[in-house]
Design a protein around this ligand. Structure first.
Ligand SMILES: NC(=O)C1=CN([C@@H]2O[C@H](COP(=O)(O)OP(=O)(O)OC[C@H]3O[C@@H](n4cnc5c(N)ncnc54)[C@H](O)[C@@H]3O)[C@@H](O)[C@H]2O)C=CC1
Ligand SMILES: O=C(O)C1=N[C@H](C(=O)O)C[C@H](O)C1
Length: 270
């Protein structure tokens, strides 16, 4: 009986894919046995270790998961919603466990993930850093103590290449705060402001998005009253914090039954 977890990384040449390979390489008990990229990528058929700069490891980048059914235990997916849902369907068909870090799913995509978790084990989280998941707990406490007396604003900043807004983490922060206040985020979210806005409605939760340069990922939730304000902030300075969390999640998920889990489950924060 071995504790080795064999990992497949899809989107392996992306920003997170590359960092995941480095994280797996540095971790004990995991080995990357499968790597894929978009079928039109010029990197298909090249060695992923050589691409990432950690030295050739004999794992060639494949254009799909088609030939990989017997070659890994847990799939890690940080791509885009559309390919993630294709990978999800493949994992259901082949009874493979899946860690999903992709953000930007619509309601139908999230429903597909929930449905798939009746057949396979899935760990789905918009942010896999320990710090952000601790912040979710702090936010819950802050919202419960401060109640409806404060104005709540969520400010996030990311690199120029990010394609979804607000970030998945910012939206989850909004959900956590809204739930603690007995609100539904769908009814109280305000995304940006412009022109004549009228005075602020204290029951709303505002979102502001910054896209600039190479910012890895900053999130601040502001609880502002008259006379004082509290800010809970997290700033990621390296993608390795997300990658280490994803690798930890894959090892944890290997031992779990069918079901839908998040990073709070992995970290024992529930
Ligand atoms: N949950 C978390 O902790 C984190 C989540 N993310 C999310 O992860 C996602 C990816 O982020 P990045 O790595 O920055 O993006 P990226 O654009 O650098 O990487 C995505 C990769 O997926 C590849 N890809 C696209 N279609 C594919 C297919 N059919 N098969 C295989 N590969 C395919 C692309 O070619 C690209 O290399 C985003 O949704 C982002 O928001 C990012 C960081 C942390
Ligand atoms: O796209 C990114 O880079 C990140 N995306 C995640 C999100 O949308 O919350 C997590 C992290 O902040 C980096």
């Amino acid at each position: 009986m071995t504790n080795l977890t064999r990992i497949a990384i899809v989107g392996a040449a992306g920003r997170m894919g590359r960092t995941l390979l480095e994280a797996c390489n540095a971790a004990e008990g995991v080995v990357v046995t499968v790597a894929t990229e978009h079928p039109h990528s010029p990197l298909v058929d090249t060695d992923i270790g050589a691409v990432v700069g950690i030295g050739a490891n004999g794992v060639l980048i494949a254009p799909s998961l088609e030939a990989a059914a017997n070659d890994f235990d847990v799939l890690i997916d940080f791509t885009r919603p559309e390919p993630s849902l294709e990978h999800l369907a493949w994992c259901v068909a082949h009874h493979k466990k899946m860690v999903i870090g992709t953000t930007g799913f619509d309601e139908a995509g999230k429903a597909a993930i929930r449905a798939a978790s009746e057949t396979i084990g899935i760990m789905f989280a918009p942010n896999m850093s320990i710090g952000v998941n601790l912040c979710f707990k702090l936010l819950e406490m802050a919202a419960q103590v401060l109640g409806d007396t404060v104005d709540i604003e969520i400010i996030e900043a990311h690199h120029r290449y990010k394609v979804d807004a607000p970030s998945g983490t910012a939206l989850r922060m909004g959900e956590v705060v809204a739930a603690a206040l007995g609100r539904d985020l769908k009814d109280c979210a305000v995304y940006g402001r412009q022109g004549v806005t009228d005075e602020r409605n204290r029951k709303t939760i505002g979102f502001e998005t910054i896209r600039a340069g190479d910012i890895v990922g900053d999130h601040t939730v502001m609880f502002a009253d008259i006379g004082e304000r509290i800010e809970i902030s997290h700033k990621a300075s390296s993608r390795m914090t997300f990658a280490k969390g994803a690798v930890r999640a894959a090892q944890w998920l290997q031992a779990q039954e069918v079901g839908l889990y998040d990073m709070q489950d992995v970290l024992g924060l529930k």
